[in-house]
Design a protein around this ligand. Structure first.
Ligand code: UDP
Length: 246
Protein backbone atom coordinates (compact mmCIF):
# COMPACT_ATOMS: atom_id res chain seq x y z
CA UNK A 1 0.00 0.00 0.00
CA UNK A 2 1.10 3.54 -0.72
CA UNK A 3 2.30 5.58 2.23
CA UNK A 4 3.18 8.76 0.36
CA UNK A 5 6.89 8.99 0.88
CA UNK A 6 6.69 12.75 1.24
CA UNK A 7 10.35 13.08 0.26
CA UNK A 8 9.62 14.78 -3.04
CA UNK A 9 7.48 17.87 -3.26
CA UNK A 10 5.01 17.08 -6.06
CA UNK A 11 3.07 20.34 -6.02
CA UNK A 12 4.75 23.71 -6.23
CA UNK A 13 2.82 27.00 -6.31
CA UNK A 14 -0.42 25.20 -7.07
CA UNK A 15 0.99 23.32 -10.08
CA UNK A 16 2.23 19.79 -10.56
CA UNK A 17 5.86 19.16 -11.53
CA UNK A 18 4.99 18.90 -15.24
CA UNK A 19 3.06 22.17 -15.05
CA UNK A 20 -0.41 20.62 -15.06
CA UNK A 21 -3.32 21.76 -12.94
CA UNK A 22 -4.96 19.26 -10.57
CA UNK A 23 -7.76 18.38 -12.98
CA UNK A 24 -5.74 18.29 -16.17
CA UNK A 25 -5.16 15.24 -18.38
CA UNK A 26 -1.85 14.61 -20.10
CA UNK A 27 -1.85 15.11 -23.89
CA UNK A 28 -3.60 12.30 -25.76
CA UNK A 29 -2.93 11.05 -29.27
CA UNK A 30 -4.96 8.29 -30.92
CA UNK A 31 -4.34 6.57 -34.23
CA UNK A 32 -6.66 3.87 -35.56
CA UNK A 33 -5.76 0.95 -37.84
CA UNK A 34 -1.99 1.06 -37.44
CA UNK A 35 -1.32 -2.67 -37.94
CA UNK A 36 -1.88 -4.38 -41.27
CA UNK A 37 -2.24 -7.97 -40.01
CA UNK A 38 -4.58 -7.33 -37.11
CA UNK A 39 -8.35 -7.19 -37.63
CA UNK A 40 -8.38 -4.00 -35.60
CA UNK A 41 -5.68 -1.89 -33.99
CA UNK A 42 -5.00 1.36 -32.22
CA UNK A 43 -1.98 3.35 -31.09
CA UNK A 44 -2.67 5.36 -27.96
CA UNK A 45 -0.45 7.97 -26.33
CA UNK A 46 -1.17 9.42 -22.90
CA UNK A 47 1.66 11.75 -21.95
CA UNK A 48 4.71 9.48 -21.64
CA UNK A 49 2.72 6.28 -22.18
CA UNK A 50 2.82 4.70 -25.61
CA UNK A 51 0.73 1.59 -26.16
CA UNK A 52 -0.53 -0.43 -29.11
CA UNK A 53 -3.62 -2.63 -29.05
CA UNK A 54 -4.20 -5.34 -31.64
CA UNK A 55 -7.44 -7.30 -31.97
CA UNK A 56 -7.79 -10.64 -33.77
CA UNK A 57 -11.12 -12.33 -34.29
CA UNK A 58 -13.77 -13.39 -33.83
CA UNK A 59 -11.95 -16.58 -34.86
CA UNK A 60 -12.32 -20.26 -34.05
CA UNK A 61 -11.17 -20.73 -30.50
CA UNK A 62 -8.28 -22.98 -29.54
CA UNK A 63 -8.03 -24.90 -27.31
CA UNK A 64 -11.50 -26.16 -28.09
CA UNK A 65 -12.32 -27.10 -24.51
CA UNK A 66 -12.11 -23.40 -23.65
CA UNK A 67 -14.85 -22.53 -26.17
CA UNK A 68 -18.21 -21.26 -25.00
CA UNK A 69 -21.04 -22.85 -27.01
CA UNK A 70 -23.24 -19.77 -26.52
CA UNK A 71 -20.86 -16.87 -27.00
CA UNK A 72 -17.40 -15.59 -27.90
CA UNK A 73 -14.66 -15.63 -25.31
CA UNK A 74 -12.67 -12.41 -24.94
CA UNK A 75 -8.99 -12.92 -24.13
CA UNK A 76 -6.80 -9.98 -23.16
CA UNK A 77 -3.03 -9.95 -22.86
CA UNK A 78 -1.33 -6.92 -21.38
CA UNK A 79 2.41 -6.97 -21.91
CA UNK A 80 5.06 -4.49 -20.93
CA UNK A 81 8.10 -4.38 -23.23
CA UNK A 82 11.44 -4.79 -21.42
CA UNK A 83 12.53 -1.38 -22.73
CA UNK A 84 9.31 0.41 -21.69
CA UNK A 85 10.49 1.22 -18.16
CA UNK A 86 13.56 2.83 -16.55
CA UNK A 87 14.91 -0.43 -15.13
CA UNK A 88 14.66 -3.12 -17.80
CA UNK A 89 11.62 -5.29 -17.17
CA UNK A 90 12.13 -9.04 -17.29
CA UNK A 91 10.30 -10.27 -20.41
CA UNK A 92 7.20 -12.41 -20.09
CA UNK A 93 4.15 -12.53 -17.86
CA UNK A 94 4.33 -11.77 -14.15
CA UNK A 95 1.73 -11.36 -11.41
CA UNK A 96 1.18 -7.72 -12.27
CA UNK A 97 0.53 -8.32 -15.98
CA UNK A 98 -1.78 -11.27 -15.23
CA UNK A 99 -3.81 -9.05 -12.88
CA UNK A 100 -3.93 -6.14 -15.35
CA UNK A 101 -4.98 -8.49 -18.17
CA UNK A 102 -7.81 -9.86 -16.04
CA UNK A 103 -9.25 -6.53 -14.87
CA UNK A 104 -8.87 -4.99 -18.33
CA UNK A 105 -10.77 -7.86 -19.94
CA UNK A 106 -13.50 -7.46 -17.34
CA UNK A 107 -13.58 -3.73 -18.05
CA UNK A 108 -14.34 -4.39 -21.73
CA UNK A 109 -16.48 -7.51 -21.45
CA UNK A 110 -19.79 -5.71 -20.72
CA UNK A 111 -19.78 -3.82 -24.03
CA UNK A 112 -18.75 -6.65 -26.37
CA UNK A 113 -21.78 -8.39 -27.89
CA UNK A 114 -20.30 -11.82 -27.42
CA UNK A 115 -23.55 -13.67 -28.07
CA UNK A 116 -23.16 -13.05 -31.84
CA UNK A 117 -20.14 -15.32 -32.16
CA UNK A 118 -20.46 -18.61 -30.26
CA UNK A 119 -17.40 -20.87 -30.03
CA UNK A 120 -15.01 -18.13 -31.12
CA UNK A 121 -12.36 -16.10 -29.38
CA UNK A 122 -11.73 -12.39 -29.64
CA UNK A 123 -8.08 -11.88 -28.78
CA UNK A 124 -6.87 -8.51 -27.57
CA UNK A 125 -3.13 -7.87 -27.27
CA UNK A 126 -1.90 -4.73 -25.55
CA UNK A 127 1.77 -3.93 -25.85
CA UNK A 128 3.23 -1.17 -23.69
CA UNK A 129 6.14 0.38 -25.57
CA UNK A 130 6.80 3.21 -23.14
CA UNK A 131 5.36 3.64 -19.68
CA UNK A 132 4.77 6.58 -17.38
CA UNK A 133 1.99 5.34 -15.03
CA UNK A 134 -1.56 4.72 -16.15
CA UNK A 135 -0.59 2.06 -18.68
CA UNK A 136 -3.60 -0.12 -17.85
CA UNK A 137 -5.94 2.82 -18.55
CA UNK A 138 -4.13 3.65 -21.81
CA UNK A 139 -4.35 -0.05 -22.75
CA UNK A 140 -8.11 -0.18 -22.13
CA UNK A 141 -8.66 2.98 -24.19
CA UNK A 142 -6.58 1.56 -27.03
CA UNK A 143 -8.21 -1.89 -26.85
CA UNK A 144 -11.69 -0.42 -26.93
CA UNK A 145 -10.93 1.54 -30.11
CA UNK A 146 -9.15 -1.48 -31.65
CA UNK A 147 -12.23 -3.66 -31.00
CA UNK A 148 -14.38 -1.11 -32.81
CA UNK A 149 -11.82 -0.95 -35.63
CA UNK A 150 -12.06 -4.75 -35.92
CA UNK A 151 -15.79 -4.35 -36.53
CA UNK A 152 -16.75 -6.25 -33.39
CA UNK A 153 -20.35 -5.36 -32.46
CA UNK A 154 -20.22 -3.32 -29.26
CA UNK A 155 -22.79 -1.53 -27.17
CA UNK A 156 -20.36 1.35 -26.80
CA UNK A 157 -16.73 2.25 -26.23
CA UNK A 158 -15.03 2.01 -22.84
CA UNK A 159 -12.92 4.92 -21.62
CA UNK A 160 -10.43 4.87 -18.80
CA UNK A 161 -8.26 7.13 -16.65
CA UNK A 162 -6.75 7.17 -13.16
CA UNK A 163 -7.12 9.69 -10.35
CA UNK A 164 -4.93 9.86 -7.30
CA UNK A 165 -3.72 11.83 -4.33
CA UNK A 166 -0.42 13.66 -4.17
CA UNK A 167 0.73 16.02 -1.40
CA UNK A 168 -2.79 15.71 0.05
CA UNK A 169 -4.53 16.87 -3.16
CA UNK A 170 -6.86 14.84 -5.38
CA UNK A 171 -5.48 15.01 -8.92
CA UNK A 172 -6.26 13.54 -12.32
CA UNK A 173 -4.07 11.17 -14.33
CA UNK A 174 -0.88 10.59 -12.28
CA UNK A 175 2.47 10.28 -14.03
CA UNK A 176 5.10 7.84 -12.77
CA UNK A 177 6.81 10.38 -10.49
CA UNK A 178 3.44 11.15 -8.88
CA UNK A 179 2.41 7.50 -8.75
CA UNK A 180 5.66 6.47 -7.05
CA UNK A 181 5.66 9.27 -4.50
CA UNK A 182 1.95 9.93 -4.00
CA UNK A 183 -0.55 8.68 -1.45
CA UNK A 184 -3.19 7.03 -3.67
CA UNK A 185 -3.86 5.89 -7.22
CA UNK A 186 -7.29 4.84 -8.47
CA UNK A 187 -7.75 3.64 -12.06
CA UNK A 188 -11.32 3.83 -13.36
CA UNK A 189 -12.93 2.60 -16.59
CA UNK A 190 -16.45 3.36 -17.70
CA UNK A 191 -18.95 3.31 -20.50
CA UNK A 192 -19.20 7.07 -20.79
CA UNK A 193 -22.61 7.29 -22.45
CA UNK A 194 -24.35 5.39 -19.65
CA UNK A 195 -21.96 6.29 -16.80
CA UNK A 196 -21.44 2.57 -16.09
CA UNK A 197 -18.24 1.86 -14.18
CA UNK A 198 -16.52 -1.30 -15.46
CA UNK A 199 -13.23 -1.05 -13.54
CA UNK A 200 -12.37 0.53 -10.24
CA UNK A 201 -9.19 -0.27 -8.37
CA UNK A 202 -7.37 1.53 -5.63
CA UNK A 203 -3.82 1.53 -4.37
CA UNK A 204 -3.45 3.66 -1.24
CA UNK A 205 -6.11 5.48 0.69
CA UNK A 206 -8.72 8.19 0.12
CA UNK A 207 -11.04 9.79 2.67
CA UNK A 208 -14.68 9.23 1.71
CA UNK A 209 -15.06 12.77 0.43
CA UNK A 210 -11.82 12.50 -1.58
CA UNK A 211 -12.99 9.25 -3.11
CA UNK A 212 -16.25 10.84 -4.22
CA UNK A 213 -14.51 13.88 -5.63
CA UNK A 214 -11.89 11.68 -7.34
CA UNK A 215 -14.50 9.44 -8.91
CA UNK A 216 -16.39 12.45 -10.25
CA UNK A 217 -13.17 13.83 -11.69
CA UNK A 218 -12.31 10.51 -13.35
CA UNK A 219 -15.81 10.18 -14.78
CA UNK A 220 -15.73 13.62 -16.27
CA UNK A 221 -12.28 12.91 -17.81
CA UNK A 222 -13.63 9.63 -19.26
CA UNK A 223 -16.26 11.66 -21.09
CA UNK A 224 -13.47 13.74 -22.67
CA UNK A 225 -11.49 10.63 -23.62
CA UNK A 226 -14.65 9.08 -25.09
CA UNK A 227 -15.02 12.07 -27.41
CA UNK A 228 -11.39 11.70 -28.53
CA UNK A 229 -11.86 7.96 -29.16
CA UNK A 230 -14.98 8.63 -31.20
CA UNK A 231 -13.26 11.40 -33.14
CA UNK A 232 -10.31 9.12 -33.96
CA UNK A 233 -12.64 6.40 -35.29
CA UNK A 234 -14.72 8.87 -37.30
CA UNK A 235 -11.54 10.37 -38.69
CA UNK A 236 -10.23 6.98 -39.76
CA UNK A 237 -13.43 5.88 -41.44
CA UNK A 238 -14.30 9.14 -43.09
CA UNK A 239 -10.79 8.95 -44.57
CA UNK A 240 -11.42 5.48 -46.04
CA UNK A 241 -14.79 6.57 -47.45
CA UNK A 242 -13.10 9.59 -48.99
CA UNK A 243 -10.37 7.44 -50.54
CA UNK A 244 -12.98 5.11 -52.03
CA UNK A 245 -14.79 8.00 -53.66
CA UNK A 246 -11.67 9.27 -55.36
N1 UDP B 1 6.56 0.30 -13.55
C1 UDP B 1 7.88 -0.01 -13.74
N2 UDP B 1 8.27 -1.34 -13.74
C2 UDP B 1 7.39 -2.36 -13.56
C3 UDP B 1 6.03 -2.02 -13.37
C4 UDP B 1 5.65 -0.69 -13.37
O1 UDP B 1 8.72 0.88 -13.92
O2 UDP B 1 7.76 -3.53 -13.58
C5 UDP B 1 6.15 1.72 -13.60
C6 UDP B 1 5.55 2.06 -14.96
O3 UDP B 1 5.93 3.36 -15.35
C7 UDP B 1 4.08 2.00 -14.69
C8 UDP B 1 4.04 2.59 -13.28
O4 UDP B 1 5.16 2.00 -12.63
O5 UDP B 1 3.32 2.75 -15.63
C9 UDP B 1 2.78 2.31 -12.51
O6 UDP B 1 2.50 0.94 -12.50
P1 UDP B 1 1.12 0.37 -11.98
O7 UDP B 1 1.38 -1.05 -11.58
O8 UDP B 1 0.50 1.29 -11.02
O9 UDP B 1 0.21 0.28 -13.30
P2 UDP B 1 -0.21 1.43 -14.34
O10 UDP B 1 -0.35 2.73 -13.56
O11 UDP B 1 0.85 1.51 -15.38
O12 UDP B 1 -1.52 0.96 -14.88
Amino acid sequence: MKEGKGEIELIKEGKRLDGRGFEELRPIKIEVGVLKRADGSCYFELGGNKVIAAVYGPREMHPRHAQDAKMAVVRYRYNMAPFSVDDRKRPGPDRRSVEISKVSREALDPVVMREYYPKTSIDVYVEVLQSDAGTRTAGINAASVALADAGIPMKDLVSSVAVGKIDGEVVLDLDAMEDNNGEADMPVAMVARTNTITLLQMDGRFEKEEFERGLKLAMSACHKIYELQRAALIDRYSESVGEGEE
